[in-house]
Design a binder for this molecule. Structure first.
Ligand SMILES: NC(=O)c1ccc[n+]([C@@H]2O[C@H](COP(=O)([O-])OP(=O)(O)OC[C@H]3O[C@@H](n4cnc5c(N)ncnc54)[C@H](OP(=O)(O)O)[C@@H]3O)[C@@H](O)[C@H]2O)c1
Length: 356
């Protein structure tokens, strides 16, 4: 098995070593599963994390692999890195990997808006990956599912405006957030007070209309990410986007209520046809039979699910729909491994990445 990924020697075939950084985290665990499911080619797999987890043994495709410490020399001989660590960790270690010739697919927010770093969703802008200089960023989970769903509408009729309200699962804030939610739910059900450390408030039996910190003009950092990342991926900062991001006590699966205005009107049948034919989108839309996407049934699946599709009653270009996706899969690990696969396949085929 061989892959050819080194950005400094793109034409040279090498035996592929893939490193998964943050392998012990909420996203990292799913990255390992997606590497197996998507059959990402590798000769050797390295798992890296902090000193807290170094030495832990994780089984991947039936093989036990010992987690190693994240340090500069860990990237010697590594071709592809798939990384899911906090921003400040990515800021420090990604240059170590790039300097040693690896290509890094990074899930953190740290490099996403860097003009030298492509921000890639393979179904939408695979071509952008060929511009990489050693780093490719995977978008924020709430951005990814919205952009995948809107892509076929934008291709067919242009896109002027997006108004989105999110209902985001706690696992979007990492493994510690799941633990806090489960423990606090048990406590609240017993009439006790929960401990709050990950979230701003107790999320048990509650909603928190704040994800991230106050960024600007009353918007949170998560809301600003949805605006800026969508502009970058679509290559169009004229789209008017307003987001309200809300944390809900769901373990896995982000939901979004999306209203958009296209440039040209689309008929309802056409909108549903576009959704049902789009790459990575599954339409579930039968209100009479109570069929629509919901986070629990959509968990562990790689697709973006769309339903409750309606035309605006007052504006011929307005469309409302409901959108659900597993934040740890398409919102993170599935997308990153797809990028890794795209690189290995495209480099093997002389870097001719597909046009979307
Ligand atoms: N969760 C989502 O839905 C989602 C979606 C899209 C993007 N992301 C992004 O993906 C990244 C990871 O998120 P997550 O939810 O997987 O978080 P998480 O569950 O907290 O996992 C963090 C991972 O990073 C490792 N790590 C932390 N500090 C480290 C250090 N100093 N050196 C080496 N490794 C370190 C941890 O290893 P230890 O076990 O050693 O602590 C763990 O493997 C974040 O940037 C997040 O914004 C998350």
């Amino acid at each position: 098995m061989s892959i050819c990924l080194k950005h400094s020697r793109k034409s040279q075939d090498v035996s592929g070593t893939v490193a998964v950084v943050g392998a012990t985290g909420a996203v990292g665990g799913i990255v390992l599963d997606e590497i197996v499911k998507q059959k990402l080619p590798y000769g050797k797999l390295k798992l890296l994390a902090s000193e807290r987890s170094a030495g832990t043994i994780i089984e991947v495709a039936g093989q036990p692999i010992t987690v190693e410490l994240l340090e500069p020399e860990a990237f010697k001989g590594v071709d592809l890195v798939i990384a899911s660590t906090p921003d400040e960790v990515a800021a420090e270690f990604v240059p170590w990997a790039v300097e040693r010739g690896a290509v890094v697919v990074d899930e953190s927010a740290f490099y996403r808006m860097n003009p030298d770093v492509p921000l890639v969703i393979p179904e939408v802008n695979a071509q952008a990956a060929s511009e990489h200089k050693g780093i490719i960023a995977s978008p924020n989970c709430s951005t990814t599912q919205m952009v995948v769903a809107l892509h076929p509408l934008r291709n067919a009729a242009g896109l002027r405006q997006i108004i989105v309200s999110t209902y985001q699962a706690v696992s979007g804030a990492g493994l510690a957030a799941n633990t806090e939610t489960i423990e606090n739910t048990h406590k609240v059900l017993k009439g006790q007070t929960g401990q709050v450390s990950v979230f701003q408030h107790d999320i048990a039996m509650n909603l928190i209309p704040q994800i991230g910190s106050h960024k600007e003009a009353g918007f949170t950092s998560e809301e600003v990410k949805m605006v800026r990342e969508t502009h970058k991926i679509f290559g169009d900062d004229t789209i008017a986007i307003n987001a309200t991001c809300v944390r809900v006590p769901v373990l896995v699966g982000h939901s979004e209520s999306i209203y958009c205005e296209t440039e040209q009107p689309l008929e309802l049948d056409e909108i549903k046809r576009l959704f049902s034919e789009a790459d990575g989108v599954t339409l579930i839309d039968d209100l009479d039979n109570q069929e629509y996407p919901m986070p629990r049934p959509c968990a562990d699946k790689p697709d973006v699910f769309v339903g409750r599709v309606r035309k605006d009653l007052h504006h011929e270009c307005g469309i409302s729909f409901w959108c659900v996706s597993d934040n740890l899969r398409k919102g993170a690990a599935t997308n990153a491994v797809q990028i890794g696969k795209l690189l290995s396949e495209s480099v093997a085929a002389n870097l001719s990445l597909p046009n979307n």
